[in-house]
Design a protein around this ligand. Structure first.
Ligand code: HEC
Length: 149
């Protein structure tokens, strides 16, 4: 009996550890998006992506990005239709051929330390960190996308 309790205890500890490691929208990403992205991508003022594209110059003149503040909105910039957009924009240059950071990388934090910390969290959430667009992506690369809620 003692042995059984010990096994149960270990199994429970292991599942707690596994949950603690999992990076999710609700547990990790939403908070970063609220603090770092929603001033330009929030629901109050940011348009849907298709509306943004239709009147791009007007929105850009206001310094306004497209809506990205919900789970559903954000994953469309990871998987489809805007495959890899989030990765291309947030990357620090290490995953790109040209070695150039994406233009949203700067918003990940005020210091290099903070930017790297938040980039690591985004990478863990996305899973397969590929900068490729839909036509260039392999099925394996797409299957590697995690984006847990
Ligand atoms: C100061 C305003 C501002 C902040 C803060 C900001 N963005 Fe943006 N973002 C923009 C604007 C404006 C665009 C559209 C122009 C462009 O494509 O660069 C954009 C475009 C994007 C795109 C490209 C979408 C596409 O496929 O065309 C992504 C992805 C993105 N932002 C993600 C983020 C994330 C994630 C954060 C927070 C870490 C963030 N942005 C913070 C203003 C901002």
């Amino acid at each position: 009996m003692k042995k059984l309790y010990a096994i149960l205890g270990i199994t429970m500890l292991m599942s707690v550890a596994a949950n603690a490691q999992e990076t999710t929208w609700s547990g990790n990403i939403r908070d970063i998006v609220e603090r770092k992205c929603n001033s330009c991508h929030g629901a109050e003022s940011a348009p849907e992506y298709q509306l943004f594209k239709r009147e791009k110059d007007t929105w850009l003149a206001k310094g306004q990005g497209m809506r990205m503040d919900s789970y559903s909105h954000l994953v469309s910039f990871v998987g489809w239709p805007n495959t890899g957009a989030l990765m291309r924009r947030l990357d620090d240059g290490k995953s790109s051929k040209e070695g150039k950071a994406g233009n949203m990388h700067q918003y990940l934090g005020a210091t290099e330390e903070e930017r790297q910390k938040n980039l690591t969290i985004f990478k863990a959430w996305v899973g397969n960190w590929s900068l490729k667009r839909w036509p260039d992506s392999t099925k394996e690369e797409l299957n590697g996308i995690k984006v847990k809620y």
